[in-house]
Design a protein around this ligand. Structure first.
Ligand code: CTP
Ligand code: CA
Length: 232
């Protein structure tokens, strides 16, 4: 257990990390979710704590919380947005490692949806979705011209007919306007829930750096090495 780390490159820094998936309720017993395990975000939190940072981890994942890390539990994308926005002003670094649901059910049933609704009802209900806010884009916009907090985004990409992983990741960095984009290579059975992955670190105006395949702890240390270079 890390009581408190008083030496290290991140002493005196507050880092706020989101991790894992979000759960978007349909009714009191059901939700729409995704396969994100939270492992990469938790590894980043542990690594930052070992380097002396004060670490706040905003997550719905049910993994053991690393020593010295404060957990803020959330469920939905809207919860996550509220908790991240509330802490952005005090953060030196924000890492959006969470897999945020792009959509949520338009309506949440107050009572359990029943299989049979009534005579003449359709065989199965249709779930209408609405867009969730882009939390990362909101954090970048709210920062404006300031240099603090340093903002890190994550992306899970596959190559396709439009281009390879790096092509899609570069486009996403330009869209998101964060300071560093960590792009995971994903495919069938790759990355989600695994202990290792291959990532590309992309920064505006710099050549991409590829790490891996490597353990998520190794990737975390490489990410913090890169972030530390940029901190004022
Ligand atoms: N993100 C976010 N809010 C959302 C969706 C994503 O803050 N509503 C963040 C993620 O935490 C991640 C980054 O944006 O750091 C990229 O997420 P990704 O899903 O790859 O990007 P999208 O813009 O949602 O694009 P798409 O899913 O269409 O590839
Ligand atoms: Ca998305």
């Amino acid at each position: 257990y890390l009581e408190s780390v008083t030496e290290g490159p991140l002493v005196g820094r507050h880092v706020v990390i989101s991790a894992g998936g979000t759960r978007e309720p349909l009714d009191p017993v059901r939700y729409l979710g995704n396969r994100s395990s939270g492992k990469q975000g938790y590894a980043l939190a542990a690594s930052a704590a070992r380097r002396g940072a004060r670490v706040t981890l905003v997550s719905s994942a049910s993994l053991p919380v690393p020593g010295g890390v404060e957990l803020v539990p959330i469920e939905t994308a809207l919860d996550l947005q509220r908790e991240m926005n509330a802490r952005a002003g005090d953060a030196d670094v924000i890492v959006m490692a969470a897999a945020v649901a792009d959509f949520r059910p338009a309506e949440v049933g107050a009572t359990k949806i029943k299989k049979k609704f009534g005579a003449g009802d359709p065989e199965a209900p249709t779930v209408e979705l609405v867009r969730n806010p882009d939390i990362l884009a909101g954090l970048v916009e709210a920062r404006g011209e300031a240099r603090r907090p340093y903002i890190v985004g994550f992306a899970a990409e596959t190559g396709d007919a439009d281009g390879d992983v790096l092509h899609h990741a570069s486009a996403k960095l330009e869209r998101k306007k964060c300071d560093l984009l960590v792009a995971n290579e994903v495919g069938a059975g790759v990355t989600f829930g695994q202990d290792s992955s291959t990532v590309h670190l992309l920064r505006p105006g710099r050549e991409p750096v590829t790490v891996g395949p490597a353990d998520k702890n190794v990737i975390s240390d490489t990410v913090w090495d890169a972030v530390q270079e940029e901190l004022l």
